[in-house]
Design a protein around this ligand. Structure first.
Ligand code: NAP
Length: 324
């Protein structure tokens, strides 16, 4: 098989494309011929050795794929060679073939294309777990989404709207905000030009949002948390801006608010059944048109460094996929 290989921690340019032996499934594993692989922010961090999980070198990055099952290990009953399937893996996705534990592989429903299937699991799985399981967002509540035109951000907008909430999207350019509106955002804030707190106050009649979805951190976290409504839930999803912010805890006391951690990969590992149920619910929402994953670019294996740099430099909207 052909695979992108990371031999030493470093910038995306240090990745190479190499020919390696095809993977063989062990008991409980599934091997797929990859038709599309989703790119996610953790891929940018993992190749530099800056992610919370450090795989052993050398390794192939890429954590979600869709493709055709070529082999299954002992004990795998829900899939057979020839089936179309989508999978979440820790690493190994940016390759022509990949293997995953069977509990993380889902048969693809009819009508879903490989690109959409590859772009769906991580972003939508994370945002559903955050918004539904962790924040318990209710119809009629208001949710603010930071970094709203990115992979998990756009998914959070669509899920929030499907649940009947009012969604305020915040992002850094007018073009990104236009995409947020196309995907359902009721209101938008350009946080690179506008005062986040003043705009939130105006848009919520001084009440503040009930839920804040934060995959960005950095300079936006404290002003956002200061604006949260009474009984609000602040979802700590990620730190795309680089800095891990500190928050004065008196703010939580004054608003009766909760800081809520979100770690989808660990949730999916500990409770694969609940995760599969979440994904099945959302596959139904794709069928009824409520969710419309945006794929903004497609790259070959040789352009994985460009895809990762686009993401690191804030040029990506929605999802980017690799077509090996
Ligand atoms: N907790 C979990 O389980 C979980 C699961 C998946 C992902 N994540 C995390 O969620 C975050 C977003 O992931 P994603 O795949 O959606 O990434 P993404 O598509 O690149 O979105 C991240 C957004 O962050 C904003 N941003 C602000 N400052 C940035 C900077 N200095 N560099 C890059 N982006 C910056 C960008 O929007 P603007 O330009 O509009 O500001 C960008 O659209 C990452 O931190 C990732 O690790 C967490």
């Amino acid at each position: 098989m052909d695979a992108v290989v990371c031999r030493a921690w470093g910038p995306p340019e240090s990745l190479t494309v190499e020919t390696l032996p095809d993977p063989v499934p062990e008991a409980g594993e599934v091997v797929l011929q990859v038709r599309a692989a989703g790119v996610n922010f953790p891929d940018v961090l993992i190749v530099q050795g800056k992610y919370q999980m450090k795989p052993e070198l050398p390794f192939t990055p890429g954590s979600e794929v869709a493709g055709v099952v070529t082999a299954v290990g002992e004990g795998v009953r829900h899939l057979k060679p020839g089936d179309h399937a989508m999978a979440f893996l820790n690493v190994g996705g940016f390759a022509t073939h990949a293997k995953a534990p069977a509990s993380m592989v889902l048969p693809m429903p009819e009508g879903l294309d490989f690109d959409t299937a590859a772009a769906f699991t991580l972003a939508y799985g994370t945002s559903y777990h955050a918004v539904v399981d962790r924040a318990r967002l209710q119809a009629g509540e208001t949710m603010l989404v930071l970094g709203a035109a990115g992979g998990v951000g756009l998914a959070a907008i669509e899920i929030g709207k499907r649940l009947g909430a009012r969604v305020i999207a915040a992002a850094s350019t007018p073009e990104k905000l236009a995409i947020c509106r196309e995907h359902g955002a009721d209101e938008t804030i350009d946080y690179s030009r506008e005062d986040l707190r003043a705009r939130l106050k105006a848009l919520t009649g001084g009440q503040g949002p009930d839920v804040i979805y934060d995959p960005v951190g950095g300079p936006y976290a404290e002003p956002a948390f200061r604006s949260i409504g009474w009984g609000g839930r602040y979802l700590v999803v990620g730190f795309a801006a680089g800095d891990i912010p500190s928050l004065p805890l008196n703010l939580a006391l004054l608003k009766g608010a909760s800081l809520v951690g979100v770690f989808w990969g660990e949730f999916a590992r500990r409770d694969p059944r609940a995760n599969l149920a979440n994904l099945q619910t959302m596959l139904g929402w794709i069928r009824d048109g409520s969710l419309r994953p945006l794929i903004s670019a497609r790259y070959p294996l040789s352009a994985v460094p460009q895809a990762l740099n686009d993401m690191a430099e804030r040029r990506v909207t929605g999802k980017v996929v690799i077509i090996p």
